[in-house]
Design a protein around this ligand. Structure first.
Ligand code: HEM
Length: 183
């Protein structure tokens, strides 16, 4: 299945990268071109989610799961690929549900930051896949410089887990509070 995975991953990588560029253009401009490109954002993200899921499922079939689970590098790739797929799918749902309101006020900058984070996740996913197939890039040297060797199991310090637990409670509360406040 490795050749099928290698072919399929090009689709989510290209679609999510194009979506990030559309978000960049729309966040920085209210011009006609930016508005026109925003009209393809939901289809781009939807296709990205669909083909990302296909690449993900085929990725799971490349090696037996016990083999993948025995390698820190493969586990890292699986972990970050899961994040990428869920993250970009949530961005699709956000843009879909909120419509053009995401470009109003401060949320356009939130969208820009989200697109940047998603691009970083995608870059790391591809980098780890490249390592698995014998094509390492300089990105892993940057990650090493930041304190993570891609051949070691990725873990989060306890304080980050604690912070995430707090965020899981606080963020929906802020959302509900914002929704109830009169406009
Ligand atoms: C959206 C999800 C995913 C993306 C974007 C992605 C991306 C990539 C990329 C760019 C490569 C390098 C391909 C090449 O240079 O030939 C790769 C290889 C690989 N990926 Fe993924 N991947 C994803 C999901 C997964 C999952 C869920 C697994 C399961 C463990 C997986 C397992 C592998 C393996 C084993 C290889 C090495 C294949 C070989 O032997 O050539 N991938 N991936």
């Amino acid at each position: 299945m490795a050749p099928y995975h290698a072919v399929l991953v090009h689709f989510p990588v290209a679609l999510w990268t194009t979506a990030a560029l559309v978000i960049l253009v729309r966040a920085l401009s209210d011009g006609a071109l930016a508005k026109a490109s925003d009209r393809v954002l939901v289809p781009l993200l939807a296709l990205g989610a669909l083909l990302g899921l296909a690449a993900y499922v085929v990725g799971l079939l490349v090696w037996p799961l016990e083999t993948a689970a025995a390698s820190p590098l493969a586990r890292n790739h699986l972990l970050v690929a899961t994040w990428s797929l869920v993250y970009w799918t949530l961005l699709l749902i956000t843009r879909w549900m909120q419509g053009e309101a995401v470009w109003e006020g401060v949320t356009r900058w939130v969208m820009l930051v989200l697109a940047g984070l998603g691009s970083i996740l995608l870059t790391i996913t591809g980098t780890l896949g490249g390592h698995l197939s014998g094509n390492p890039t300089a990105v892993s040297r940057v990650l090493h410089f930041l304190g993570w060797d891609v051949y070691d199991t990725f873990y989060l310090p306890d304080w980050v887990l604690l912070l995430l637990a707090v965020a899981i409670i606080v963020l929906p509360v802020i959302g509900l509070w914002g929704r109830r406040r009169p406009a």
